[in-house]
Design a protein around this ligand. Structure first.
Ligand SMILES: [Zn+2]
Length: 475
C-alpha cells in the first residue's frame, strides 16, 4: 500500500491582550515558520489585534501577514464568555447573539490583515454549536480546536456544514515546558507514533495546538485575571509570572529544532488550515444524485438515521432528510419520481419532539401535506423541521424521515401508496455528541464553580443530524 501524506497542522492561539511582554512571541514564532517556508495557523483574538495596533506593533502584524490567520473570539475569557451568554438561549437567539458579539473582532482582523480568517476556534471551554452557522454567515469554512462537545471517532468531520479539526485522535499540544532542555526530543517522541500510524493508514492530519504566550510566561493570562468567573476592572488586571530571557530563548530554539525534525520526516507537510480546507472537499455539496442513489440512501435510512456514503460522497442525516423528501414531493405533483435530486445544505432541528399519532397508518393525503410542508420548511429555514404535522398529528423528524424513506423505497419498487405505514426512526448520529466532553469544557478555570450549560449540549446533540466524516483527497 502506498504511504499516505501526513499533514501537521500547527495552530497557535494568540490571545493575551493584557501582557505587552507577550506581543513578541507570535512574531518570533511566525519568523521561525517563515524561515522554513511553512505556515502555522495563528488564531487571533480580536482584542489582541486591537492592542497590537494601539501599542504600535506593526512589526508583529507584518510578521503574521505571511502566516495563516484564524479567529479566536473577540474577548476570549472576559465574562460573559461565549458559553455563559449562550447558556440559557434557544437556537435562533444564540446564533444571532454570537454573531452580534463576535463580529467586531472578525471585522478588525479583516481590516488589519485584508483577509477573512481560514478558521475559527473557541477559547478555553467556550465551545457552542451556535458558532457553526455563524461561521457559514461569515464565510469561514473551518473549525480548529482541541476540545469539542462532538467528535467523530477522533477523525476530521463536518458539522453544520463546517469542516472541523477538533477532538482528533492524532493531536498533541506544546506546553509551558517548551524551554526544558529535552523539550524538542520529548515532542518528537510524542509525534512519531502518530506519524507512523497515519503514514501507514493512508495519511491524515496531526493537530498540534499551542499558545505563543507559553514561550514567555509561566501561567495563562486569563487564569490569573478571570478565574472562576471573576471579572476585575481593567485597572485591576495583573500580569502572569514571566520566564527569564534565557528560558524564553531556549523555548524558541527548541521549537525550531522540533519543526526542523518534522520537516526532515518523509511524506510530511506542515499544512495550515487554509490548505487543509482544499484537501478535505465536501463531495455532497452542490451535486446532483441519481434516483437509484437516493433510493439506496432511503433503504439505509429505514434502518438507522445517521450519516451515509453514496457514490463517493458523505451525506449527513439532515442532508438525507432533504434528498428523500424532495423526490416524494415531486411525485405528489408530477405523479412520477424525478431522475435526479439536487443536494442542499440543511441544518438539524432545534427542538426535541416526540411523535403523537392516533394510529399506525396515516392517509396518503395527510402524508403528502406533511411532505410538502416539510419541504417548504427546509427551503425557508435551511434546517430539518423539529416536528412535521400530518393531518391532526405531529411526528418527530426522525419518525417522519423513516416513514418517508420506506414510502420512497415502495414507490421505487413499483408499489402504490395507499395508507402510509408509520415507521419509527432509529436516530443513531446523536451518539457523537458526548456529555462527558461538554462537562470537560465546563471545568474550564474561567467558568464559575459548578458551571453547566446543559441547553448548549442539547442543541449540539440536535445538530448531530449534520455530522458526517470529512475524507482527505488522495494523491
Ligand atoms: Zn484560547
Amino acid at each position: 500500500m502506498a504511504m499516505g501524506r501526513v499533514h501537521v497542522l500547527f495552530w497557535l492561539d494568540t490571545e493575551d491582550y493584557i501582557t505587552p511582554e507577550s506581543d513578541d512571541a507570535p512574531m518570533r514564532l511566525a519568523e521561525i515558520f517563515s524561515f522554513y517556508n511553512v505556515q502555522g495557523t495563528f488564531k487571533l483574538v480580536g482584542e489582541k489585534v486591537r492592542v497590537l495596533e494601539r501599542r504600535g506593533r506593526t512589526d508583529v502584524i507584518d510578521a503574521l501577514r505571511g502566516q495563516d490567520i484564524g479567529y479566536h473570539t473577540d474577548f476570549h475569557s472576559k465574562p460573559p464568555t461565549i458559553t455563559q451568554y449562550l447558556a440559557e438561549m434557544d437556537w435562533d437567539e444564540g446564533v444571532t447573539e454570537f454573531i452580534r458579539r463576535e463580529t467586531p473582532g472578525l471585522l478588525d482582523i479583516q481590516r488589519v490583515f485584508g483577509i477573512t480568517p481560514s478558521c475559527y476556534g473557541h477559547g478555553g471551554g467556550t465551545w457552542g454549536p451556535h458558532a457553526f452557522p455563524a461561521l457559514q454567515t461569515w464565510g469561514i469554512p473551518c473549525y480548529v480546536s482541541g476540545s469539542s462537545y462532538v467528535a467523530l471517532n477522533g477523525r476530521p468531520f463536518s458539522y453544520c456544514g463546517v469542516l472541523a479539526f477538533s477532538a482528533l485522535e492524532h493531536a498533541m499540544s506544546i506546553e509551558f515546558d517548551i524551554d526544558r532542555p529535552d523539550a524538542a526530543t520529548q515532542l518528537l517522541a510524542r509525534l512519531t507514533p502518530m506519524y507512523e500510524r497515519l503514514q501507514h493508514d493512508g495519511g491524515g492530519v496531526i493537530s498540534i495546538g499551542t499558545h505563543p504566550l507559553q514561550w514567555v510566561t509561566d501561567e495563562f493570562w486569563d487564569g490569573v485575571n478571570f478565574p472562576r468567573g471573576r471579572n476585575p476592572l481593567t485597572e485591576g488586571w495583573v500580569r502572569p509570572p514571566f520566564k527569564p530571557p534565557e528560558r524564553v530563548e531556549a523555548g524558541y530554539r527548541n521549537f525550531r529544532t522540533f519543526l526542523e525534525a518534522i520537516l526532515r520526516l518523509p511524506d510530511v507537510e506542515v499544512s495550515p488550515a487554509h490548505r487543509l480546507i482544499g484537501l478535505y472537499p465536501d463531495r455532497a455539496r452542490g451535486r446532483t444524485f441519481s434516483l437509484a442513489d437516493v433510493v439506496s440512501l432511503a433503504r439505509a435510512t429505514t434502518d438507522v438515521i445517521t450519516f451515509y456514503r453514496i457514490d463517493e460522497a458523505d451525506v449527513s442525516a439532515s442532508e438525507a432528510f432533504w434528498l428523500i423528501i424532495a423526490p416524494l414531493v415531486h411525485y405528489a405533483v408530477q405523479k412520477e419520481l424525478p431522475q435526479d435530486i439536487s443536494h442542499r445544505p440543511v441544518l438539524g432541528p432545534v427542538r426535541q419532539t416526540a411523535t403523537d399519532l392516533g394510529g399506525d397508518t396515516i392517509p396518503t393525503t395527510a402524508f403528502t401535506e406533511g411532505l410538502e410542508s416539510a419541504a417548504r420548511y427546509v427551503e425557508h429555514h435551511g434546517r430539518v423541521p423539529s416536528e412535521v404535522w400530518v393531518g391532526p398529528w405531529r411526528m418527530s423528524p426522525e419518525d417522519f424521515l423513516a416513514t418517508a424513506a420506506a414510502a420512497l423505497v415502495a414507490l421505487a419498487d413499483g408499489k402504490l401508496l395507499d395508507d402510509v405505514h408509520i415507521r419509527r426512526g432509529s436516530l443513531t448520529c446523536t451518539q457523537y455528541a458526548r456529555e462527558e466532553y461538554a462537562r470537560g469544557n465546563w471545568q474550564w478555570v474561567c467558568f464559575p464553580d459548578g458551571f453547566t450549560a446543559g441547553r448548549t449540549f442539547d442543541l449540539a446533540r440536535l445538530q448531530t443530524w449534520t455530522i458526517k466524516p470529512a475524507g482527505m483527497e488522495q494523491g
